[in-house]
Design a protein around this ligand. Structure first.
Ligand code: ZN
Ligand code: ZN
Length: 368
């Protein structure tokens, strides 16, 4: 271990619903077959909120946080996805999940994110070699099988931090379902994923990129990122939105629908709003919920292609970095990060994130 590596890391332990986080010190052991990373910034993702609120179960104690950027802290044998050496001080992002490249899902299904031996950062019980496995900590230790990319110098940490969950998920979903210039789209949910979907579809040459949410502030932000039409579901009925979308699409309905809200009403409404030959991508139902009834007759008679995607193919991180690099002057990505809290104030950071007045709240373990 090099001299400038601390021998202890600080971690924020999630210990269960309605329980404060515990900040504690654990020993750091750099090894040649892992990558020890000094965390620079980690953001609170919607799925962290699902876990902390108890909507989604977690084995406790665990270190949450999977939207993370950091710098390599110690030399390692592992290399980046592009074969480059990982040197101390290099700024990197990495895949949310590890994969083995040899199992049924890796080899035959092209779904390495569902690998049989997959490990998911920020979701594991904190023990032994999984102690430094989440972003709400001073250090995280990346395992073999993690896809790692260097962050181009031009991209700031605030622009890079949501890439390895929110942006990569959106790009993987949209690339899978297909995007075509001149089409029309409706997005359900103006959180981080929805806002990324808006600007990505703008870049793909979409004519109409409409978005719905119940939060007026989020809809305003979506406009800054290129939304052509916004609908507030707290003041506009699904029927009125349907009428308006028909007016915008010569009575046909939209070509592409993207569910990123996780709201039970989203899928039924989107199926209604799609036109014949439409495509519906669903990404937001990442927590267990009751079955959602929707109009299956319309699904069939409108020949709708319905597709779910979970996690993302790690190679998408490259496209995600390129997207931010080429469009960062056009869109205020860094402004999507609201207040930045020190690790010791993680309870306040979560309380703030639950208020939903910022798209992302961040934790900086180097901040006092
Ligand atoms: Zn996430
Ligand atoms: Zn595998």
């Amino acid at each position: 271990m090099s001299k400038n590596i601390k021998e202890a890391a600080q971690i924020a332990l999630f210990q269960g619903v309605d329980t404060l986080f515990g900040i504690c010190e654990v020993p750091v052991k750099a090894t040649a077959d892992t990558v020890l990373v000094q965390v620079a910034l980690a953001t609170i993702c919607g799925s962290d909120l699902h876990t902390v609120s108890g909507r989604r179960s977690a084995e406790v104690p665990c270190v949450l946080g999977h939207e993370v950027v950091g710098t390599v802290a110690a030399s390692t044998r592992l290399r980046s996805a592009e074969g480059k050496l990982l040197r101390a001080g290099d700024r990197i992002i990495w895949s949310l999940t590890t994969s083995c490249s040899a199992c049924h899902y890796c080899l035959n299904k092209n779904l390495p994110q569902k690998c049989e031996t997959m490990f998911k950062y920020g979701h594991a019980q904190c023990a032994d070699e999984n102690t430094l496995s989440g972003g709400f900590a001073s250090h995280i230790q990346l395992k073999a099988g993690t896809t790692i990319y260097h962050i181009p110098d031009a991209i700031k940490d605030e622009e890079a931090v949501p890439i390895n969950c929110a942006l990569a998920t959106v790009i993987n979903g949209l690339e899978t379902i297909g995007t075509y210039p001149g089409e029309t789209a409706i997005i359900h949910g103006a959180g981080m994923l929805g806002i990324y979907a808006v600007c990505f579809l703008q870049e793909q040459g979409y004519d109409i990129v409409a978005i719905v949410d119940k939060n007026a502030n989020r809809l305003q932000i979506a406009e800054q990122f290129g939304a052509t039409h916004t609908f507030n579901t707290s003041s506009t009925s699904a029927e009125d939105i349907s009428e308006k979308l028909k007016e915008l699409t010569r009575g046909r309905g939209v070509d592409l629908a993207v569910e990123v809200s996780g709201a039970p009403s989203a899928l039924p409404d989107l199926i209604e709003w799609l036109g014949i030959g439409g495509r519906c991508l669903t990404l937001g139902y990442v927590y267990p919920l009751e079955n959602i009834p929707f109009n299956v007759h319309q699904l069939v008679t409108k020949c709708i292609n319905l597709r779910g995607i979970h996690n993302y193919h790690p190679s998408v991180l490259k496209s995600a970095l390129s997207f931010i690099e080429r469009s960062r002057k056009q869109y205020p990505f860094a402004g999507l990060i609201g207040e930045i809290y020190p690790l010791s104030d993680i309870d306040d950071a979560f309380a703030h994130a639950f208020r939903q007045d910022a798209i992302r709240i961040a934790v900086d373990p180097l901040k006092d």
